[in-house]
Write a new protein. Structure first.
Length: 295
């Protein structure tokens, strides 16, 4: 049987629908947990709520287990080693910012999202979130221009400086602003290594090995190995701003293709998320503001 262009496009569209569903599932879980946060909850307790919420939604595997960061840990203050990223006994307080980061694998599709909020009003984080919109626009525009990833990273840095913020994604391993995600083979039981699903790590390692041979990397960093144009695939992008002990980021999937049509060459997987896009500008993140009003 002959495979047509229409068949290929239909298959790609179906696959993207799967990734879109799991990304929305992750945001749905983040919103539900954010609405339950209250003074005294620890990062470990919030991360456990995220795990339980995802499992209740059918998730059995992960790119990585959920993270939760409260207060100045949202800006990675003092982070020096990878173990500092894991949830701690830091307790949430009124007005305190938080970030929930979760990366479920469901029905073979991967999502990796970042969800920023605060327990009651936090004008600093509100401003950070509003200013992240410009980064979302810049990244999409320059990926469509096929600028080298390393150059786009530098342009994001320059935009942060103009806005008066610090680059906090540089604290991540290899300083990445993004990494590739892909389909993952589903197994009845999937082991983890340092909080990361081994199936997902195998896929990332295979991409890294293949990319090294032909001159690209699945990690989008400020270093020489990212000095290449965007490669087709799905990229979990997470610019992270910091200002005087307050941090905020978004993380969502950017689709990159080999199309010559600029609008089809790169696009955000979903423009109807509880951050960014018109919906976000009036969104009360996770009901946390209502908590403050109810009190």
């Amino acid at each position: 049987m002959t495979t047509t262009v229409q068949d290929v496009l239909s298959e790609r569209a179906t696959e993207l629908q799967g990734f879109r569903r799991v990304q929305r599932l992750a945001y749905e879980c983040a919103e539900a947990v954010a609405a339950r946060l209250e003074p005294g909850v620890t990062e470990r307790e919030a991360a456990r709520m995220l795990r339980e919420g995802l499992r209740a939604r059918g998730v059995r595997d992960w790119f990585h287990l959920p993270f939760a960061w409260f207060g100045d840990r949202t800006a990675f203050t003092g982070f020096r080693v990878p173990l500092q990223f894991f949830p701690t006994d830091r307790r949430l307080e009124p007005g305190m910012p938080f970030i929930l980061d979760l990366a479920p694998v469901h029905e073979g599709c991967t999502a990796d999202i970042g969800y920023s909020g605060s327990l009651g009003a936090n004008p600093v984080q509100d401003r950070l979130m509003a200013d992240l919109e410009a980064h979302r626009d810049l990244i999409l525009r320059e990926v469509r221009e096929r600028r080298p990833l390393r150059e786009i990273y530098a342009d994001v840095d320059r935009l942060m400086v103009r806005q008066g913020y610090a680059n906090r994604h540089r604290a991540y391993p290899f300083g990445v602003i993004a990494h590739k995600v892909d389909r993952v083979k589903q197994r009845r039981w999937s082991p983890r290594l340092f909080g990361f699903g081994t199936q997902s790590l195998k896929g990332l390692a295979a991409d890294a090995l293949h990319g090294h041979r032909v001159g690209w990397s699945p990690l989008w960093s400020p270093y020489r190995f990212s000095d290449h144009p965007p490669q087709p695939g799905l990229w979990a992008v997470e610019p992270h701003l910091g200002f005087r002990g307050t941090g905020a980021k978004f993380e969502e999937i950017l689709v990159v293709t080999d199309s010559r049509d600029p609008e089809r060459s790169a696009f955000w997987l979903d423009d109807d998320l509880p951050w960014g896009s018109p919906r976000a500008r009036s969104f009360e993140r996770g009901g946390v503001r209502r908590w403050a009003e109810d009190k």
